[in-house]
Structures are given as structure tokens and as C-alpha cells.
Design a protein. Structure first.
Length: 410
């Protein structure tokens, strides 16, 4: 009795497997590709399907029909007065899905058989057919992007980029300027569709081309900031920035992104520590010295800030923003020294007064130079800081002149 039951189970399993494989055959006979997709879909994921490579290969064939039908209609329209409408969406979606199905087909197609040998049956056919229409994926992405369907645009452009590394093409697809441009487009579509992981993925690829690098960095930074919901996320973002910085110390966009991250409240000490280490690696980077000075100035370490700003100014004497920070730090240093040395009496000895005066005078040199170079305060608002210098030096006449410029406001 048990033997008969086991046989019944075996027969049922065989019947189920046959039914799933039969769906593949039915789908390939169906002339309507939309109906064929419905027929074959259950067989794609069923454990009873004996030949998954054939099933996915069949789906790739069926999806390709959407494209070939539309293309054939476009050809016929060239000879017609009244044009037949083209199923543009069906055509583009068919190409995208045909590629995806071919990728899955190839995964199964390259698995070893019962003898441990790999004998692909579908790779050559799929690769030959799809490589010829790969650029249609670019058009598909442009179409969906123009319709503001950014998720679909990401889908199309993403498949274009990923196909370059697909084993089924065996490295036959060149990673040229078009490849990196479409990677950049895919990154943008990913960002706009709020698929930030994909945006980061494709932006990272686009970093490798000089023409797309700048835009890719913007997308990369923006996408990763969007995912910073926890402290761990922020740390991961900063680690990514440091990784990029280590690979390219000449890219100022990366450095500015690091500075932006480290300038958040509560990170001043971390900013100072990072910059202090970084200037050892790149002692001639004016921005790193400037950022180190900012961290020190905001922690009221005025003497250290002055030294750092001077280093930055030595690298680039035309760096007017850092020269202003240098002058401002000197003013703050002089004010702090005056308060410290005057003590409870509020009076300075003659020697101490000269020390304070010397610092104000040094600040005056820099700020008057800035005033001359930037009279309308378009780059830096030097007016109130210079007023503090004149006031500290007891130059009432010059202080009054600045008051007129300030006009009651800083």
C-alpha cells in the first residue's frame, strides 16, 4: 500500500514538473506577447520547472517581441500615409525586461550539468540579439526621464550600465565615455526617484570619468546625506568621504564635503583633529589649513588659529577669505589677551598694552589690505572687524569713518 502511495506522489510530482515546463512551450506559441508573459510567469519561480534557463530564455524572447513588433511597425509606417501608432512604452519596457530575463537565463545556463560540465545553450543567441539593441536602453531612459518617471529611467539606464559587466557579453562591451555618461544619468535618476542606494552605486561608477566626475560627486554626497538617519549612518558617510579623499587628494569637492560634515555642531574637536592629521599629509593645501584655523578659532584657540591661517595665506596670498579670518582671529586674540592681562582692575601695564597693540596692529595691516581689495564687501564683510581694530588702537577718527560705512549695521 505504501509503495503504491509513493508511486502516486512521484507521478504527481512528475505531472507538476511537466505542467510547469509545458507553460514555457505554450508561452512561446502564443502570438500576443502580453498574454505570453502571463502564461510563462508561474514557471519562472516554480521549483517544479526542470529547465530554468529555458524558461528565462523564453521570457527574454517574448519580451523582445514587444520591441521587434514596434520596430516592424515603424518600418511599415515609412511607406504609409496614415501612420499606425507605435507602442513606445511597450517597446522600451520590452527591451529592458528582455535584458533582465537574459541575465537570469545566463545564470542558470552557466551552471554545470550532472557531469560537472558547463554547456551554455542560450548565451550566444541572447548576447548577439541584445547587444544590437543595447543603445535603445539609452532612448528608453531618456523617454522615461522626460516623462518624470525617474524610477523607470533608472531601470533603463541601470540595465545599460550593468550590461557592460554582464558575463554573457564576455567583456565585449566597451566602458567608454558613453558608459560613464549613462552611469551619471542613472545616478541622477536614482536620486530623483529616492533610490539612494542605486544613486550611490552609479555615481561611484561615474566618478571614474573626468567629464562626469564633478556631477557624480554632487549626486553621491547628496544621496548619502539623505540616508544619514542615525549616528551609524553619519559615521559610514564620513568613512566614505575619507575613502574618496584618500584616493584623490586633489579633488576639492571631496574636501569641502568633509568640511561640511565636520562643521556640524558638536564636531569642532573632531574637525580640528582630522585637519591636524591631514596637513601632515598635504602641507601645501590651503583649504585644509584654512579649515583647521576655523576649527581652532571657533574653539577660542586664537593663537593656534592665527598660525593655521598664516600657513594657508602663505600657500595663497590672494586667498582673501582666509586673510580676513586671519585678521579676525588676531582681533579676537588681542581682545582675549587684553581681558586676561587687565584682570580685575581693568587696566593694562605699559608693557602689556604694547603686546595687545602689536596684535591689533598686525590685524590692521591685513584688514586694511582687504578693505582696499574688496571695498564693497562683496567677498567678506570686513567693516565691523576693522572698526574693532581702530577702537582697540584708540584711533577715534578712523573708527568714526568705519561707523559711517556700517551705517548702524554690520
Amino acid at each position: 500500500m505504501k509503495k503504491i502511495m509513493f508511486m502516486a506522489v512521484a507521478l504527481a510530482s512528475a505531472a507538476t514538473a511537466f505542467a510547469q515546463d509545458d507553460l514555457v512551450k505554450q508561452a512561446l506559441k502564443e502570438k500576443d506577447p502580453a498574454q505570453a508573459v502571463k502564461i510563462i510567469t508561474p514557471a519562472l519561480t516554480s521549483d517544479q520547472t526542470t529547465n530554468k534557463a529555458a524558461a528565462w530564455g523564453a521570457l527574454s524572447d517574448i519580451q523582445y517581441q514587444f520591441y521587434s513588433n514596434a520596430y516592424e511597425q515603424m518600418v511599415q509606417n515609412q511607406f504609409k500615409t496614415e501612420k499606425t501608432p507605435i507602442d513606445t512604452i511597450g517597446m522600451y519596457n520590452g527591451v529592458i525586461e528582455s535584458f533582465k530575463a537574459a541575465f537570469k537565463c545566463d545564470e542558470f545556463d552557466m551552471q554545470p550539468n550532472e557531469k560537472g560540465k558547463v554547456k551554455p545553450k542560450f548565451r550566444s543567441k541572447n548576447a548577439s540579439r541584445l547587444s544590437a539593441v543595447r543603445n535603445t536602453l539609452i532612448d528608453a531612459g531618456s523617454y522615461y526621464y522626460g516623462a518624470k518617471e525617474y524610477g523607470k529611467a533608472l531601470d533603463a539606464w541601470g540595465v545599460f550600465v550593468c550590461s557592460a559587466d554582464a558575463p554573457m557579453f564576455e567583456g565585449k562591451i566597451a566602458k567608454d565615455s558613453t558608459y560613464y555618461l549613462i552611469a551619471d544619468y542613472a545616478a541622477l535618476a536614482g536620486y530623483l526617484s529616492k533610490n539612494y542606494d542605486s544613486a550611490v552605486k552609479y555615481a561611484t561608477i561615474a566618478l571614474n570619468d573626468a567629464k562626469t566626475k564633478s556631477e557624480a560627486l554632487n549626486i553621491l554626497f547628496s544621496s548619502q546625506k539623505e540616508t544619514c538617519k542615525t549616528k551609524e549612518d553619519s559615521v559610514a558617510y564620513f568613512n566614505k568621504l575619507k575613502e574618496l579623499r584618500a584616493k584623490d587628494q586633489n579633488e576639492t569637492q571631496i574636501l569641502f564635503a568633509i568640511n561640511e560634515y565636520l562643521s556640524y555642531p558638536g564636531r569642532l574637536a573632531e574637525k580640528e583633529a582630522w585637519c591636524a592629521e591631514e596637513v601632515k599629509k598635504v602641507p601645501n593645501d590651503k583649504y585644509v589649513w584654512a579649515f583647521l584655523g576655523e576649527a581652532q578659532m571657533n574653539q577660542q584657540k586664537y593663537a593656534e588659529a592665527v598660525a593655521s591661517f598664516k600657513k594657508s595665506f602663505e600657500v595663497d596670498p590672494s586667498f582673501i577669505e582666509v586673510e580676513y579670518n586671519l585678521g579676525a582671529s588676531l582681533v579676537l586674540q588681542a581682545t582675549a589677551m587684553k581681558d586676561q592681562l587687565s584682570g580685575a582692575t581693568g587696566r593694562l601695564s605699559a608693557a602689556d598694552a604694547e603686546k595687545v597693540k602689536a596684535i591689533y596692529t598686525e590685524a590692521k595691516t591685513h584688514l586694511e589690505k582687504i578693505k582696499e581689495a574688496d571695498p564693497n564687501r562683496e567677498k567678506v564683510n570686513w567693516a565691523y572687524t576693522l572698526y574693532q581694530v581702530y577702537y582697540g588702537l584708540g584711533d577715534a577718527e578712523k573708527a568714526a569713518e568705519i561707523e559711517k560705512i556700517i551705517g548702524g549695521g554690520y
